[in-house]
Design a protein around this ligand. Structure first.
Ligand SMILES: [Zn+2]
Length: 475
């Protein structure tokens, strides 16, 4: 129930934004009556949404004031968490837990600091009208912007204010365009109360199927439609890494082929001739929506920690889990307001909101920075949860666990360097065969009955998260 209401609140916020009620003082009553008028025009959904809205009002009394101004252009991160939570009750916890493990592991991976991770990228252009079939030059420019952002080679990096200069960091992550897939479709890709436009990722639903998502970053570019009758335009969304090792047996949420990033075609690439306009304001794109979404894909959260974000209020208690980003109460409402300081920190250490950060909602022309700790987290994810993506041998160098032989036949031996309760799970690539165990120190898996083929072995405990590819050899 809780996550369902969160979606209602998201919608509620969209409605308020639609009628530009966020910047003026209003009673909830008048908002409701205006909303009713709007719905009467769309009488199809009138009763249904009215009931939902009233429930939301009963449960949430949200004080409105000028400080709660919110950009009409959002990323779909909260929708991803809320909607997936409807289907998998522990989804949000799993995402958070994965984040904690990755963050804990970041220092273990520090000695790989100089490895440059190269991520193969497949771009799917799924188009209905010809303007959605973006030119190659836009795709190339987007890859360039990604590389500049993740190598700290963006020309505007020096615009960062002096107070944040020392935090700026080269992530040493590069993107290599491997393939562009173009699919003409008659389908629409709409956000709804209960679903993300994931049909763009499946050929059978009018989309384009993912290319081996363990080993490629798939980016789908399409026209993202707002929620019918209500609005709620998102610029893009990404699936964050999840604690796949901790899912209940038999579930795979979200399924592998959904992993990746979806971007609206109007904010993809530099100097895109297509413009995204919501309620009369046009989004100024500098191709940084994709940088932001790839940040989520590699484990980053919004810089304000999504505490006040959902409600548009100010919550300095919620944190993004990253130690070197300043505490921020809510998202920036677009623009480049250097005076913004939503959380006052005691003890002379107060910093303003970091509008320069790619994980804020500030104007794209003032975003230029990932911090050192954000970089450490993303690299930790690449060394662990998304290890297969970069295919670097070095990732295995840190031996907290020994696993042999590989290829295997009847047994797999696992030895841990520490006697610590550890969950291991062996999954075939098509997830048809799953074995999971709790082990400590040493264990020998009996795998005699398994078919030959490729398997993923996940090893998870408080100190590590490893995924290894193992092959069952023919007899
Ligand atoms: Zn986001």
């Amino acid at each position: 129930m809780k996550h369902y209401l969160e979606i209602l609140v998201l919608i509620y916020r969209e409605i308020l934004e639609k009628f530009k009620f966020l910047t003026v003082e209003n009673s909830d009553k008048s908002v409701v009556s205006i909303y009713k008028m709007q719905l009467k025009l769309n009488n199809k959904a009138y009763l249904y949404y009215e009931i939902q809205l009233l429930v939301a009002f009963l449960l949430f009394t949200i004080p409105l004031s000028a400080q709660n101004k919110i950009s009409p252009f959002q990323c779909g991160h909260e929708y991803v968490l809320s909607i997936n939570e409807q289907n998998y009750s522990n989804y949000r916890e799993m995402v958070n837990e994965t984040f904690s493990i990755a963050y804990k592991n970041k220092d273990i991976n520090a000695h790989h600091r100089n490895d440059i991770y190269k991520i193969p990228v497949v771009v799917h252009i799924v188009w209905k009208n010809s303007e959605e079939n973006l030119d190659d030059s836009l795709i190339f420019s987007q890859i360039k912007v990604l590389n500049k952002a993740f190598r700290l080679q963006n020309e505007d990096k020096s615009n960062v204010r002096d107070i944040f200069k020392d935090l700026q960091s080269d992530a040493e992550i590069e993107f290599e365009l491997k393939e562009v897939k173009r699919v003409k479709t008659s389908a629409n890709f709409a956000l709804s109360l209960t679903g993300l436009p994931d049909n763009v990722k499946r050929a059978s639903n009018g989309g384009s199927g993912a290319t081996d998502p363990d080993r490629h970053l798939n980016i789908w570019v399409c026209k993202i439609q707002p929620i019918p009758f209500i609005g709620g335009q998102i610029l893009g969304y990404a699936y964050p890494p999840t604690g796949l090792g901790n899912w209940p047996d038999g579930s795979s949420a979200p399924s592998k082929d959904l992993e990746g990033v979806v971007i609206d075609y109007r904010v993809f690439g530099l100097n895109n001739p297509n413009k995204l306009t919501v309620n009369g304001s046009t989004h100024q794109s500098f191709a940084r929506t994709t940088v932001h979404e790839v940040g989520h894909y590699l484990g980053l959260r919004h810089i304000w920690g999504d505490g006040g974000g959902l409600f548009g209020g100010n919550s300095c208690d919620a944190d993004d889990g990253i130690s070197d980003t300043p505490n921020q109460g809510t998202q920036s409402p677009g623009g480049c307001d250097t005076s913004a300081n939503t959380c006052i920190e005691e003890g002379g250490n107060d910093l303003p909101d970091m509008i320069e950060n790619y994980m804020d909602y500030s104007g794209e022309n003032c975003q230029n920075t990932f911090t050192k700790e954000q970089v450490a987290l993303m690299r930790s994810v690449l060394a662990n949860q998304r290890q297969l993506l970069t295919n670097t041998e070095q990732s295995f160098a840190n031996q907290q666990v020994n696993i042999w032989p590989n290829p295997f036949q009847n047994f797999i031996n696992i030895t841990l360097n520490e006697n610590i309760e550890t969950k291991v799970k062996l999954t075939s690539l098509d997830i048809s065969e799953i074995m999971s165990y709790k082990i400590s120190e040493k264990y020998m898996l009996d795998v005699e009955t398994l078919r030959s083929g490729t398997y993923l072995l996940e090893v998870v405990n408080d100190k590590m998260y490893k995924v290894l590819k193992l092959i069952k050899a023919h007899e």
